[in-house]
Design a protein around this ligand. Structure first.
Ligand code: FAD
Ligand code: NAD
Length: 472
């Protein structure tokens, strides 16, 4: 057993842990980083990166079969499903060096490829090492939650940890769960030539504004993806090639393959957190507003902290706690400026309050302004006219923005900036957007906010008439 000491010990080398390690070591702290599985965690290996790569394959296939509107013949795409997985692996391979052990060791981080577990409030064991540190960061992420649905234990199924390695194209993919994972994978597979049924217990894309989610759901229907809502999976039977999912209400769905996408479980089981006085809840490690656990020397960030589960959230947490752990400065988590995007086509993106939440919080002071893609010249040229932006405004200040449509994930950046800096609609109106860009919808929605105030105002009309009477 070797004893090791560091300023900072980080457990888990995914999006959150790597960001803390890179920041802390470059600021002069001694850092030990533990990783029990793959460097880069979920995002690189089983999450964001492979899913966006597979979505790109689906888009390429879709473009071939939907080209005639541009004057280019439609072609039935010849999809090599296994080759799409080679593309996914290649994309991961291109990004992997950034998250690699070699890179972090090059920066001066001591990387230990073992799972870590607490053996006391101040000590973590990782393989043959017992490590003590001034501060400890738990960034162990989450894993696919697989509910105990009767029969599931006897039926082969995929999760986000296996689907990107599946090389035989499913004839008919059943997806249980209509959240972001299920919906992104459903559309990618449909476009790669699979039949797809999404079995959703409540409402598909239920975390998003229903008006905007409807834009995506309409497109899914048009592409031939079956979405069964209110269908809580209650029993599963069959074998690979012939799987049946029975919903609580008796509906039966048949397919060849099954993907479970019903949410995430925090990775806390290997930690022995109770030995360090660290309280956990159903969602993960219990933290305060400064991301500290019930053991004051131990922080928890990213998915394991049980809040919003996004790579950029883990990165944001990393920035927060570096300040607090290395410089002793106070840190307080904010979530009102954290955007999210779901990379279906059309995309869905959001930041701040939804319309429903804003109505509850601001009542009569809330104004909701909309601008539709079909009034944007670039969207018309590119035949991407489905969708809209909607901005929730209180006394001139946006409190939320939601977008459904092409490039929504890119367009939301501006609103994330506005909300992060507490800026106003006038700041958007002051901006000149290049023509013709999709980004003009951001400017035009600000126009939609100010136009009635300007053009429908009797006062403005009176002033103009008065000034015109005096102008030479
Ligand atoms: C299919 C899918 C698609 C996604 N797409 C997006 C997206 O487009 N955009 C987005 O923002 N987010 C996306 N996410 C979410 C994103 O992947 C996570 O929010 C992010 O990876 C969380 O980072 P993390 O650092 O908390 O955990 P992770 O990145 O999961 O890292 C945790 C690491 O800790 C390791 N570990 C666990 N226990 C221990 C232990 N005891 N000791 C040592 N190591 C341990 C794990 O092996 C893992 O490497 C997606 C997720 C999935 C599943
Ligand atoms: N683009 C992105 O940023 C992105 C993409 C994928 C995942 N993620 C992250 O990963 C998290 C997890 O995604 P997810 O889609 O697995 O989870 P989720 O919790 O968002 O959605 C799961 C869905 O499964 C349904 N469900 C649960 N049990 C069911 C049952 N027995 N039968 C039928 N339906 C059932 C729920 O009603 C819910 O709609 C997301 O919340 C997000 O934070 C992000």
């Amino acid at each position: 057993m070797t004893k090791l000491k560091a300023d900072l010990l980080i457990i888990g080398a995914g999006s959150g842990g790597l960001s803390v390690a890179a920041g802390a070591v470059q600021m002069g702290a001694s850092v030990i980083l533990l990783e029990g599985h793959k460097m880069g965690g979920d995002c690189l290996n089983f999450g964001c990166v492979p899913s966006k790569a597979l979505i790109a394959s689906g888009k390429a296939a879709y473009a071939q079969s939907h080209a005639s509107v541009f004057g280019v013949a439609d072609v039935t795409p010849s999809v090599d499903y296994a080759a799409t997985k080679d593309h996914v692996a290649d994309v991961i391979g291109q990004i992997a060096p950034v998250d690699s052990q070699e890179r972090f060791e090059g920066m001066g981080v001591r990387v230990i490829r073992e799972y870590g577990r607490f053996i006391s409030p101040t000590e973590v064991q990782a393989g043959e090492h017992v490590i003590t540190a001034r501060r400890i960061v738990i960034s162990t992420g989450s894993s696919p939650f697989v509910p105990p649905i009767p029969g599931l234990e006897n039926v082969p199924y995929e999760t986000n940890e296996t689907i990107f390695e599946l090389r035989d194209k499913p004839e008919h993919l059943l997806v249980i769960g209509g959240g972001p994972i299920g919906m992104e994978m459903a559309q990618a597979h449909r476009r790669l030539g699979c039949e797809v049924t999404v079995i959703e217990g409540m409402k598909a894309l239920g975390n998003d504004d229903p008006e905007l989610a409807a834009v995506v759901l309409d497109r899914f229907a048009a592409e031939g993806i079956e979405i069964a809502e209110g269908a809580m999976a209650a029993e599963i039977r069959g074998k690979l090639g012939a799987i049946e999912v029975e919903a609580k209400d008796g509906r039966i769905f048949k397919g060849s393959h099954l993907l479970m996408a019903v949410g995430r479980a925090a990775n806390i089981n290997k930690l022995d957190a109770e030995k360090a006085g660290i309280e956990t809840t159903r969602r993960g490690i219990k933290v305060d507003a400064g991301m500290r656990s019930t053991n004051r020397r131990v922080y928890a960030i990213g998915d394991v902290a049980g809040g919003l589960q996004f790579t950029h959230m883990a990165g944001y947490h990393a920035g927060l706690i570096i300040r607090s752990a290395l410089l002793g400065l106070p840190a307080k988590e904010r979530t009102d400026h954290i955007p999210w995007a779901t990379y279906t086509d059309p995309e869905l993106a959001h930041v701040g309050l939804t319309e429903e939440a804003a109505r509850k919080e601001h009542g009569g002071n809330l104004e909701v302004v909309r601008f539709h893609y079909n009034h944007n010249d670039r969207a018309i040229a590119e035949r991407k006219t489905e969708g809209l932006i909607k901005v929730m405004v209180v006394r001139g200040r946006p409190v939320g923005a939601s977008i459904a449509g092409a490039q929504a994930g890119e367009l939301i950046n501006l609103w994330a900036f506005i909300l992060a800096n507490n800026l106003k609609m006038k700041h958007i109106a002051n901006m000149v957007a290049p023509y013709p860009t999709l980004g003009e919808i951001n400017k035009r929605v600000a126009g939609a906010y100010f136009s009635p105030k300007l053009f429908d105002s009797p006062m403005v009309k009176r002033v103009v008439r008065f000034v015109q009477g005096w102008l030479p």
